[in-house]
Design a protein around this ligand. Structure first.
Ligand code: PGA
Length: 259
């Protein structure tokens, strides 16, 4: 089952996950990070920035989960721009080693396969950060997504467009299509770390961790993975039936195990 860690606040979540990422970066000559956008992973990047200051990160490679289709990569809300601004620049990563799916309409037909090949070519993702949408999506795999899916174009739900409208001048500006790693792609990463904060995510988190496997709740796919860490605050954990058991388990975990 997924290891569920209930933390006091976002900073504690950021510290826990950043420590694990540093361990990975220090232990491998060619670590591959799976990067997520949205508000959720921000505390992880913040904590990582403090920990990586002054260290050599020239060997770190990364793959973003998703991108909007048809949005100019130079647009401040393209995920290429967001990853550059919030991850690559602050952490001092080599931009040439950080890939984002290509959302250009002219090449979109083969962009999914190209991205899959790039991930395979890098030896796969070591640690994949994940947020969870209120629809239960991970990446932009909206309800109905196949558990076997690979990187492809998806149509965003109206709920997701509304959730993301806060980043754009108006709802109309939010693209209708995206290109996203599939659930099958995500499941190939060696360690999944899903983060969620706030009451608004509680239902999706409970469904993902304890509900039935269902493409109607794409994040439930994490139950198929042998190494998953779910890091949530009390509000996001509020609908978990086994919350006390998760607390007990984590409190009694041998320190050497890490997450
Ligand atoms: P958020 O988005 O981090 O901005 O809440 C999560 C997601 O949609 O995956």
């Amino acid at each position: 089952m997924a290891e569920v860690v209930i933390v006091e606040n976002k900073d504690a979540a950021g510290a826990l996950v950043a420590d694990e990422m540093v361990r990975l970066i220090e232990s491998k000559p060619d670590p591959v990070l799976g990067l997520a956008t949205g508000s959720t992973p921000t505390p992880v990047y913040q904590a990582l920035r403090e920990r990586l200051a002054g260290r050599d990160v020239s060997h770190v490679r990364g793959f973003a989960l998703d991108e909007y289709v048809g949005l100019d990569p130079a647009h401040p809300e393209s995920y290429r721009s967001v990853i550059t601004r919030e991850v690559v620049e602050p952490l001092g990563l080599d931009p040439a080693l950080i890939q984002v799916p290509n959302g250009a309409e002219e090449t979109i037909e083969r962009a999914g396969d190209d991205y899959e090949q790039a991930i395979l070519g890098a030896g796969g993702v070591d640690l994949q950060l994940l947020g969870i949408g209120t629809t239960g999506h991970i990446g932009f795999n909206e309800p109905g997504s196949s558990f076997a899916s690979t990187t492809r174009v998806k149509t965003l739900t109206e709920q997701t467009r509304r959730d993301n409208a806060r980043f754009f001048a108006s709802l109309d500006e939010v693209p209708r299509h995206c290109i996203t790693q599939g659930l099958g792609t995500i499941l190939r990463a060696r360690h999944l770390v899903l983060l969620a904060f706030g009451e608004g995510k509680a239902q999706a988190v409970a469904g993902a961790v304890e509900g039935p496997l269902s493409s109607m709740l794409p994040a439930s796919a994490i139950q198929l993975h042998p190494h998953v860490t779910v890091v949530v605050d009390e509000a996001a954990a509020s609908r978990l039936e086994l919350a006390d058991y998760y607390r007990y388990t984590f409190a009694n975990k041998p320190a050497w195990q890490g997450i």
